[in-house]
Write a protein that binds this ligand. Structure first.
Ligand code: ME8
Length: 509
């Protein structure tokens, strides 16, 4: 029986070029998607671009091109980003695609059929930057609570009866304690909903760049109703009986990973839309924190935006991926600093991992003739706890990954790396070479097994380096899954291993 796992990034607004926030969510989703594949799941990993709405329309006008030309251009830079970051996404969705426009309109029709949409008129505040409506009492000194400017909007509008969903939403959160993660965010959402919900304006008439409302083409759908539906479009909605939809949405595990700023859309509006439309609600929404740059809020006006491509050019892709997921617990805010980046590269990737591999593999090359050493000769009592730690790694990494505790999963790998470095120092195989060759071989064998299990667990985070790492140990490509990180699949003594090359170089400032 296959197990299915569906994971999504937010779809990114094309008003702006990719920045560190986009790279962060995408890399986190990629690491989890890769892990789940290694753990035997059939995975569908989706990312893409959010191309409608007033914000995008305004950016197109500023750029002096039509909205369609504009979105085609910027969407392409997000597609390129998936390659630059070595993402393993299975799909890339654009909300201007016909399949999506059809799905969004079907979602609208489903809400209408339930009697949850009615025609009225909206008079209130709107923030184009946030693409969000705000009530008078939410404003802070005339600005949105996010600090974004707001404008007064008065126009005919369709409304979604969100107020009618308050109790059912609260009951849903109660019955599904894992729906909103981390825990702190869950409480935030619950108190927001308990505070009372207003009906939500779900169409606009004062601009035209959006999905036309069925049977009322002078209205375009509110961009968030359109955008959220992308997660279903990808699986073939409105056909909810096709195998892709059934496997991934109905019987699989589903998770949306989002930034903390867009939690309300995903955990209040989205489950209400889904319940109303008769579609099962997604299992989990995980909100991550925000990055600052050298202690400062990142903003275009300050001019301190971090471009993912620049990080990759400076530090390398795997190091960048590693840093972003290692530096702060996923869910917390983080601070990017080049000092912290260099520190992580040098102390963890180069010293702990790189040196361990280099020391072990150089000895294997020189003193065991480039073959996996013998594992039967001279295993001693001191090896038992080391072997136990090696084969237990995956059992600890798995729950960490399930909980999106990426920094902790990596800490577990570092712990093992440090333990193996202590082991190599204490056993000093370079001395054994002169006094006790069988024991030297036994020690090197244990170390190679440690490297093998570490390499398997490192793959989701640093895919290129881990692939090279496993290659150097002579681990076949079809022996790199989570189940292989056990004693049962140990290396065969006598198998040849290639000449080692450095994998995690130091970063020289
Ligand atoms: O919100 N640190 O798109 P978007 C970390 N189109 N994450 C950050 C960040 C930072 N400094 N700045 C932004 C949208 N982000 C909608 C989504 S989904 C149906 C529609 C994150 O391009 C932010 O939290 O404005 C968000 O998750 C993501 O970048 C995309 O933002």
């Amino acid at each position: 029986m296959s197990r299915y796992f569906y994971i999504t990034t937010p779809i990114y607004y094309v008003n702006d070029k990719p920045h560190i926030g986009h790279a962060y969510t995408s890399i986190a989703c990629d690491a989890l998607a890769r892990f789940k594949r290694l753990d035997g799941y059939d995975v569908h990993f989706l990312t893409g671009t959010d191309e409608h709405g007033q914000k995008v329309e305004k950016s197109a006008i500023t750029a002096g091109v039509t909205p369609q030309e504009f979105v085609d251009m910027v969407s392409e830079s997000f597609r390129e980003l998936t390659e630059e970051l070595n993402l393993s996404n299975d799909g890339f969705i654009r909300t201007t695609e016909p399949r999506h426009i059809m799905a969004a309109q079907a979602m609208w029709d489903a809400l209408i059929a339930q009697g949850d949409i009615y025609l009225g008129s909206y008079a209130g505040w709107y923030s184009v930057r946030d693409e969000a409506f705000y009530a008078e009492d939410e404003l802070v000194n005339g600005f949105a609570p996010t600090g974004a400017p707001v404008e007064w909007v008065e126009e005919p509008s369709y409304f979604f009866r969100l107020s009618a969903w308050q109790e059912r939403l609260l009951a849903f959160y109660e019955a599904n304690p894992d729906f909103i993660q981390p825990e702190g965010r869950r409480n935030e959402v619950i108190s927001f909903v308990k505070g009372g919900l207003h009906d939500l304006s779900v169409s606009r008439t004062t601009f035209g760049w959006g999905v036309p409302v069925p049977n009322a083409p002078e209205h375009v759908m509110y961009v968030w109703l359109d955008a959220l539906t992308n997660y279903l479009t990808e699986l073939g909605y409105p056909d909810m009986h096709n195998p892709t939809f059934t496997n991934f949405w109905r019987s699989g595990e589903t998770i949306h990973v989002v930034g903390k700023d867009i939690l309300r859309f995903h955990t209040v509006y989205w489950p209400a839309f889904l319940m109303s439309a008769g579609v099962p609600v997604v299992d989990r929404v995980f909100a991550h924190g925000w990055w600052t740059n050298e202690g400062q809020k990142i903003s275009k006006s300050i001019g301190n935006v971090i471009k993912p491509v620049q990080l990759v050019e400076t530090y390398g892709l795997d190091a960048t991926r590693y840093f972003l997921l290692r530096e702060v617990p996923f869910g917390n805010d983080g601070n990017f600093s080049s000092m912290a980046m260099v520190q992580r590269i040098n102390s963890e990737l180069a010293n702990t991992l790189g040196n361990l591999a280099q020391r072990t593999l150089a000895m294997v090359q020189k003193h065991v003739g480039g073959c996996v050493p013998s594992n039967t000769a001279r295993i001693e009592a001191v090896d038992a706890p080391i072997e136990a730690a090696i084969y237990d790694l995956i059992n600890k990494v798995r729950p960490a990954m399930e909980g999106l505790k990426f920094h902790y999963a990596l800490e577990l790998m570092m712990e093992l790396g440090r333990l193996l470095n202590e082991y190599i120092d204490a056993q000093a195989p370079w001395n054994l070479r002169k006094t006790d060759v069988p024991r030297m071989e036994a020690v090197l064998y244990v170390l190679m097994e440690g490297l093998r299990c570490l390499g398997i667990c490192l793959q989701p985070f640093v895919p290129r380096a881990a692939s090279l790492w496993l290659e150097q140990l002579g681990v076949a490509e079809d022996a790199r899954l989570c189940i292989h990180a056990s004693a049962q699949y140990r290396l065969h003594s006598g198998a040849t291993v290639p000449e080692p090359q450095p994998i995690f170089p130091r970063f020289e400032v």
